[in-house]
Write a protein that binds this ligand. Sequence first.
Ligand SMILES: Nc1ncnc2c1ncn2[C@@H]1O[C@H](COP(=O)(O)OP(=O)(O)OP(=O)(O)O)[C@@H](O)[C@H]1O
Length: 358
Amino acid sequence: MTDLREPETGAPGLTVSDLTIRYGDTEAVRGVSVQVRPDETVAVVGPSGCGKSSTLRAVAGLTPVAGGAIGLGGRDITHLDPARRGVGLVPQDYAVFPHMSVAGNIAYGLRARRLPADRRRRRVAEMLELTRLTELAGRRPGQLSGGQRQRVALARALAVEPDVLLLDEPLAALDPQLRGGLRRELSAMLSSSGCATLIVTHDQREALSLGTRIALMREGTLVQFGTPRELWEDPADAFVADFLAGAVLLEAERSPDGAAVLDGRWRIPAEDLGTGPTGHGRTRLLLRDDSLTVTDRDDGAAVTARVVHAEFVGDAVRLTVDAHGHVFGVRVPPDARIGRSVSLAVVPGRATLLVPAP
Ligand SMILES: Nc1ncnc2c1ncn2[C@@H]1O[C@H](COP(=O)(O)OP(=O)(O)OP(=O)(O)O)[C@@H](O)[C@H]1O
């Protein structure tokens, strides 16, 4: 497990330690600690209002910090002027200068830093190439697509070689149909830039595909910080399982013949269960969308659930069902005859019992 309360600011990369942010009486962020190593991308993700943007803005110096510390490249920047921090910010609306060409936008920060003209031209050319904008160098932002404008903002932020790149909801302003392709494109550009990056997003797919590590927040606090695989395979709690994977996590009791969940009302035979290790200390059962099936069995290996909702999804009907106050998703063939309640069983091998290391 990553140490969530590492109190130092002297490490390379970005170190946010025990960060607290207040707006009047509202504590928007409480005791959040996140580290971004040089060369990695950390995605801060969570539902609306959980404090993601506040955290990013505090790193950029745009929101005052009520407690904790922020270190960047070995310096304590907690109270430093935004312009002197060494951060490159790409805001949600990209904020490119409409009256300047693509190349002019990218050169802006270099001019402000009085970089000699030949080095400036070289750096602009490098950034144009990295973001595949060379052909469009002379255009104005108004003559570009949303995705191209985003690349201009990215190139402009990276041009000045920041110690950390900050991206606020990088794909939110773009057409949903294009987002998948743009996500892959952004991921490739970020890895070739080699710059430590902090991305804020509310989209779990974006977090999973862009983050080398994910910081999952809820109501101002950090719930889990780890690699996408760690969060996917061993979620800290039911909220993480649901938010990131639409999965259900149940407290479980293990016995030689299997596992009991829902206070012993559902007993799943050992031969139907996969197992995985957990670092979270308790035995739990992880059920995904493909973990369950509707069955004719009515023995202890099945549980009765009330059908709450049925949704046609093309190749299947996705049922939302409620068993003893827990809501599950289960897919059935489109022509299945479904009553008001169903009997649910685990698809052998598709449910994972997370077991603490001895
Ligand atoms: N300037 C402000 N003044 C007062 N409250 C604020 C201010 N900015 C944010 N908040 C509050 O702080 C909390 C965290 O907001 P923040 O914008 O950081 O969340 P978020 O996770 O980025 O949400 P979203 O995904 O909706 O942008 C929210 O309750 C919000 O209403």
